[in-house]
Ligand binder design. Structure first.
Ligand code: NDP
Ligand code: 8X3
Length: 257
């Protein structure tokens, strides 16, 4: 029987690439996100290229009742998730702390921290019951370092880092693996969302160097979930070759993709 993976935020970027690569490598997938059309598109792409079964669940991870309604009621084999990829997340704004937009802050805290917790609290009891499962949290280099104007986004990703370590400690006795993957700059819709739809501003983030792409992270997720039962990858920090740290990227780098 195929394994089951739940991937949150699979309508774009890293989550979509992860859903596709897991589906191509023997997993049936539950894909989630708020944009129904995008979910259908991801489902179609997976069905066209793999023999995986796909279940779509359209909801907002910030709303506890929606998480419970959509992920707490999975039926049949779909109840038995082998892998949960907590990927849904975002940055909103990039301002010094005294000029920050409090609505942006709440969006990031609610999505990256509360949302991840709601999903984890819904799915992990089944894993505990089955004494089997793997939680992969998508953190960020922003969870390892802070950078200018990154304040609240960095705080949410530091929380993801802390929660990943905490989950590993709480779940180890139940035979559940926990992995945190911390990417550096990856060209997805991330910056378009951070700059509230300003594509020109977003594009500038990746100018002059070759960033990561969503597949680079999806491949890492696949690697971590396909290790033998006695091996867990606790965490991976993955950066573009041109990026040494959160605040040091060598521009005009021409390493090909
Ligand atoms: P994208 O914007 O391309 O994708 C984000 C995904 O998250 C979308 O599928 C979006 O779906 C989903 N999402 C956002 N908010 C919610 C919500 N409230 N409820 C449900 N789903 C939500 O960005 P990335 O692929 O780059 O980001 C994926 C993860 O990787 C995030 O956690 C991000 O913080 C992290 N990351 C990204 C990096 C980068 O440079 N790109 C680097 C380090 C970490 P929808 O809008 O349809 O709901
Ligand atoms: C996204 C990458 O460098 O903007 O987490 O924090 S960064």
């Amino acid at each position: 029987m195929k394994k089951i993976a739940i991937i949150t935020g699979a309508t774009a970027g890293i989550g979509k690439a992860t859903a596709k690569i897991l589906a191509a490598n023997g997993y049936d997938v539950v894909i989630t996100g708020r944009r129904e059309e995008r979910l259908k598109q991801t489902e179609k792409e997976i069905r066209n290229h793999t023999d995986a079964e796909v279940l779509t669940r359209c909801f907002d991870v910030r709303i506890r009742e929606e998480v419970e309604q959509h992920l707490g009621t999975l039926q049949g084999k779909w109840k038995n998730a082998d892998v949960l990829v907590n990927n849904a997340g975002l940055a909103s704004g990039l301002n010094p702390i005294h000029e920050g937009d409090i609505d942006d802050w709440e969006t990031m805290l609610d999505t990256n921290v509360r949302g991840l917790l709601y999903v984890t609290r819904t799915i992990t009891p089944g894993m505990v019951q089955r004494r089997s499962g793997h939680v992969v949290n998508i953190g960020s280099i922003a969870g390892k370092e802070v950078y200018e104007n990154g304040n609240v986004y960095c705080a949410t990703k530091h929380a993801v880092d802390a929660l990943s370590k905490a989950m590993r400690i709480d779940l180890v006795e139940h035979n559940i693996k926990v992995t945190a993957i911390h990417p550096g700059a990856a060209e997805t819709e991330f910056s378009v969302v951070r700059f509230h739809g300003d594509r020109e501003k977003a594009g500038k983030v990746y100018e002059g160097f070759t960033p990561l792409y969503e597949d680079d992270i999806a491949e890492a997720v696949l690697f971590t979930v396909t290790r033998p039962p006695h091996v867990n990858i606790n965490e991976l920090v993955i950066m573009a070759t041109a990026q040494a740290s959160a605040s040091k990227t060598v521009k005009k780098n021409t390493i090909g993709h």
